[in-house]
Each structure stands twice: as structure tokens, then as C-alpha cells.
Design a protein around this ligand. Structure first.
Ligand code: NAD
Ligand code: DAU
Length: 488
């Protein structure tokens, strides 16, 4: 099925070469695009000696027409808004299936601006549908693929769509790029937006050459996509790259994810379902930073390379909840500790030195980003309320009804026998990867798994694995341990 096209695309927009920094303005040539899948050297900025190590010496690629797949989602739409708002003549075609997570309203700022709207086209369609995809590729000089099913919990409920998009869809895109390479005699640039989840649960920040140990169907589909991209770079010489981003948050994120779910539920006085002991750690990346990193890699990245995109603040989930409640002026008694996500990854942490060597660092501090995010959700009820009706009600029932019934008010403690607070039944697979626990499985709903020895981190309350968090990032005292209603 060929997707319906809406919106306007200006005639031949004048190509405007960016002149930022000292980067060369030369477009990529076939030679520059020769394949070199990430090697150990590329992964180690300390030893990198080629252009890729420095944006000042790296070739800057410019693009006149981008195909952005999944551009109506959370991060993809931030990327599109960012590029079009710059007003440098770049044209963008967004291809998006508009699943429950895709939302044209995310692109309203683009469609409301005549200059941007004239350089924007929206095509509704599936990346797995070659009849839709291949003609669009023929017009583009680069592709950025955000399209994916992106929610871990939904992949546990039903994984089929994750594989259809994350594996077969990516394959259709890559095959189309290969055809374009044959037709043009040079490769269009392909950037696959991937995730830190492909590394699995980690003890310490990992670099790009770390083994892939995905542990959810979502993460497995993303890892499969990464490997397909690698194979097309090596085998066919495609100018393809991968970014692996950290947990992203900010405006326009679907309210199924932790931060927008807790903010919007708190606004409505609804329960905040915290999985297990809430000591899982994530490195939080503001969405505009993530979009900027993807653009940076698109412009400066080495063909065939993988780049981690770390966040600006690693925190335990409890700490995030504490900050959100503080910003919202909401009480701890909204928080319910509920049975854990099966296979819940304890920690994600990325070594970002390779991308830093390429000249990118996150700009938005977590405190600032959270404040902006809470303010945005407070001011945009008309955006998120429709997303919490219809399909949402069935999802909420399947994902949370039994959990909430089995849950209890939040209690900040370290009782190793407590199934909701780090004890054996609630957290059946505590052993982080690298300590023999790579593929350990929890029983469904985290109940009834093999008893696990609590780690030092669990015993000590709010600390993550000892000594491996960013210095000064997560003081134990950040979380008001005594604030929980059950803590007194
Ligand atoms: P999202 O769920 O908000 O958006 C996904 C978009 O893809 C939606 O617009 C959806 O309609 C579209 N889509 C889904 N299947 C499609 C298909 N078959 N064909 C065309 N379009 C399709 O996701 P997001 O949070 O914006 O994530 C975007 C990408 O970034 C994903 O690939 C995800 O794996 C990756 N990522 C996300 C995060 C995060 O924290 N959100 C972090 C790192 C990486
Ligand atoms: O790390 C990158 C990944 O971040 C992306 O690849 C995914 O697309 C994105 O969804 C996100 O995955 P997470 O599973 O980490 O995000 P989520 O918001 O679902 O959960 C964040 C943490 O909060 C996680 O430890 C689970 C916990 N959580 C989540 C929800 C939805 C809860 O405790 N309760 C909840 O209701």
C-alpha cells in the first residue's frame, strides 16, 4: 500500500550549506563512505587518530532532503522540529505509520509555520512496506530511522509488532538503500536510532564495542536492527551508522513512559505505580539533546560507526519520583510499589567518550530538564489527555490493574525479605550482567522467581552498584527516604 501524502513540499529548495565550526563543507564522496563497521579503534577516542576523532577535522556532510522514519513520535518529531526551525533550506519527508504512539500534533509547530511547512511532507505508511519506502528513498540523500515500537512493557505483553518494525522494517529500509547505492553509484547515509538497552543490564558504563545482551523483546528487536545495519555496511558498503541513546525524556513523550506517566497521573491524583524497589538506575537524556546528538552524528559520524549517546544524569527511579513530586507539589502517598517488570534491567549506563571526541555533549542538566518537562505537561493537557483514553484504557487494565491490586503504599526500606522492596520474590534477577546473570529470568510479574542474593546496592538502600556511578551524580541523600507514607 502506498502511503497517503499530505502537506506541501516546496519546489527545489535552494541547497544551503551550513558553515558552522571549522568543518569541511564538502559532501560525502563514495570513497568517504566506504564501509568500516565499528572497530576497536573507533570505539576508543583515546586512540582514534583519524578524522572521526575531531569535528574540526571530520568531514561535515550536508543534506538537502532527509527521509525521517518515525518522525511523528517523541524523539523523531523533536529532530524534525529542530532541523526545520533552523531554516537552512533542508527539506524533510516524514514517513510514519501513526501507531498509537505516533501523533501528528507533535509536528504542529512545523505545519503552523509557512516556511517550515513548505519544506515538509508527511507520508503515512509502514517502513516494512517496500512499495511505500523505496520511492521515498529514491528522493532522499539521507535516512534517519526512528521508527520502532518503543515501550518495553508492551513488548512483554505482545512482541510481534516489535519484530515486524524493528527487524523486517529495518531490513526493507536497508534493502532500499542498497538499491539506491547500485542505482546512484554512491551510498545515501543511513542512521539507525538505537538504544542503550541493547547492552542489557550493566555494572558500569559500557563503550560501543561491548557485547549486546538484550533482555526484553523490545531490546532484542533493537539489537537485531543494529546487527542488520552492521551487516549492510560491511557487505554492501552502505554508509550506515547507529546511535545508542540513553533514557530520553521531555515534551511530547507518550504518557506510557515513566516520567510522563507519573506527571500526568499525579496531576489527576491517580496512583504512581513504581516497579519493585524503585532502585533501578537510568541515565536521563533530555529530548532536545538526543535530537542534537543524532544530527551531530548524521553530519560528522564515521561511516559504519556506532555512537553511544549518554544522558546528563544517572538516577535511581526513586530519585526521579522524588524530584517529580517535589516539582508538582504532590504527596508520596500517590506512589504505589507494585510487582516488578519481568526481566527488569537494573541499570543502563553508557560510556560517551567516543561521541564527546566527535564534539557533542549533553547541554540540559537533569534538574533543568525535569522542571521544563513538568511545566510542559502542566501546560499541555490538550495534548496528553486524548492519549489517556480509548486504547489507553485497555492498556492500563492489562499492564496495571493486577499490579496495583497487589501493590502497597511506597515504603523506603531495605528489607531483603520484602518482595516489593528488593527481596527475593519481587526482584528475581538482581545479578547484574557480567556477574553471571546476563540472561537470568524473572517469573512473570516478578513473583515466584528463584531467590536471589541481594546485592550490596540493594542492602544499602539508595546506592547503585558501588563506586560506578558518575562522581557526585547521585548522593544517597537525594531521595527523602523518610518521606514515604510507610516510612515513619
Ligand atoms: P515513539 O514510540 O514515541 O515513536 C515511534 C514512532 O515510530 C511513532 O511515531 C510510530 O507511529 C512510528 N512507527 C512505529 N512503527 C512504525 C512502522 N512500522 N512504520 C513507520 N512508523 C512506525 O518512540 P521514541 O521514544 O520517539 O523512540 C524513537 C526511537 O528512538 C526508537 O527507535 C527507540 O527505540 C529509540 N530510543 C528511544 C529512547 C527513549 O528513551 N524514548 C531512548 C533511546 C532510543
Ligand atoms: O534506555 C533507553 C530506553 O528508555 C528506550 O530504548 C525505550 O524506548 C524507552 O521506553 C526507555 O525504556 P525504559 O524501560 O527504561 O523506560 P520506561 O519509561 O518504561 O521506564 C523507566 C524506568 O521506570 C524503568 O526502570 C521502569 C520504571 N517504571 C516504568 C513505568 C512505565 C516504573 O517503575 N513504573 C512504570 O509504570
Amino acid at each position: 500500500m502506498t502511503g497517503a501524502m499530505t502537506g506541501a513540499m516546496a519546489g527545489e529548495a535552494s541547497r544551503v550549506r551550513r558553515t558552522t565550526g571549522a568543518g569541511s563543507l564538502a559532501r560525502a564522496t563514495t570513497d568517504e563512505a566506504s564501509p568500516a563497521w565499528a572497530t576497536t579503534d573507533e570505539a576508543s577516542p583515546a586512540r582514534a587518530t583519524s578524522d572521526e576523532a575531531s569535528p574540526a577535522r571530520a568531514t561535515e556532510r550536508s543534506f538537502s532532503h532527509l527521509l525521517v522514519c518515525g518522525g511523528a513520535g517523541f524523539i523523531g518529531s523533536a529532530f524534525v522540529r529542530r532541523l526545520l526551525a533552523r531554516g537552512d533550506g533542508t527539506r524533510i519527508t516524514v514517513l510514519d505509520k501513526l501507531t498509537y504512539a505516533g501523533n501528528l500534533a507533535n509536528l504542529d509547530p512545523v505545519r503552523a509555520d509557512p516556511y517550515q511547512a513548505a519544506r515538509f511532507r508527511f507520508v503515512r505508511g509502514d517502513i516494512a512496506d517496500r512499495a511505500t519506502v523505496w520511492p521515498l528513498l529514491a528522493e532522499a540523500d539521507a535516512v534517519v530511522n526512528f521508527a520502532a515500537e518503543s515501550h518495553v512493557d508492551r513488548s512483554i505483553l505482545d512482541s510481534e509488532a516489535f519484530l515486524a518494525t524493528g527487524v523486517l522494517g529495518v531490513h526493507v529500509l536497508l534493502e532500499g538503500c542498497r538499491r539506491e547505492l547500485e542505482r546512484r553509484g554512491r551510498s545515501i547515509r543511513y542512521l539507525q536510532v538505537s538504544t542503550d538497552e541493547v547492552y542489557g543490564s550493566v555494572d558500569a558504563p559500557v563503550s560501543e564495542d561491548a557485547p549486546l545482551r538484550p533482555r526484553s523483546p523490545y531490546a532484542a528487536a533493537k539489537a537485531a536492527g543494529d546487527l542488520l545495519v552492521a551487516s549492510y555496511a560491511v557487505t554492501f558498503g552502505l554508509d550506515a551508522l547507529v546511535t545508542r541513546g540513553a533514557n530520553t525524556y521531555g515534551p511530547y513523550q507518550h504518557p506510557e513512559k515513566l516520567i510522563p506517566l507519573f506527571v500526568t497521573n499525579a496531576i489527576d491524583g491517580l496512583p504512581l505505580p513504581l516497579y519493585g524497589d524503585g532502585l533501578q538506575r537510568r541515565d536521563w537524556l533530555y529530548v532536545d539533546d538526543h535530537a542534537a546528538a543524532i544530527e551531530h552524528v548524521l553530519r560528522y559520524g564515521a561511516p559504519g560507526a556506532v555512537y553511544n549517546v549518554p544522558g546528563a544524569g544517572e538516577r535511581a527511579n526513586r530519585e526521579i519520583v522524588a524530584r517529580l513530586l517535589e516539582l508538582l507539589g504532590a504527596p508520596w502517598d500517590l506512589v504505589r510499589q507494585v510487582p516488578d517488570r519481568p526481566g527488569h534491567d537494573r541499570r543502563y549506563a553508557l560510556d560517551g567518550r567516543k561521541l564527546a571526541a566527535l564534539g557533542w555533549r549533553p547541554q540540559v542538566h537533569l534538574d533543568e530538564g525535569l522542571a521544563r518537562t513538568v511545566a510542559w505537561y502542566r501546560g499541555h493537557e490538550a495534548w496528553w489527555r486524548p492519549l489517556k483514553s480509548g486504547e489507553w484504557e485497555e492498556y492500563w487494565r492489562r499492564q496495571y490493574a493486577a499490579r496495583l491490586a497487589a501493590g502497597r503504599p511506597f515504603r523506603a526500606g531495605d528489607d531483603a525479605e520484602d518482595p516489593l522492596n528488593g527481596g527475593p520474590a519481587g526482584i528475581a534477577e538482581e545479578r547484574p550482567a557480567g556477574r553471571g546473570g546476563g540472561l537470568a529470568e524473572a517469573a512473570p510479574n516478578g513473583v515466584g522467581g528463584e531467590p536471589a542474593e541481594p546485592t550490596d546496592g540493594e542492602r544499602s538502600g539508595f546506592h547503585g552498584p558501588a563506586g560506578d556511578g558518575p562522581a557526585g551524580d547521585c548522593p544517597a541523600g537525594d531521595v527523602p527516604a523518610g518521606d514515604g507514607p510507610g516510612a515513619a
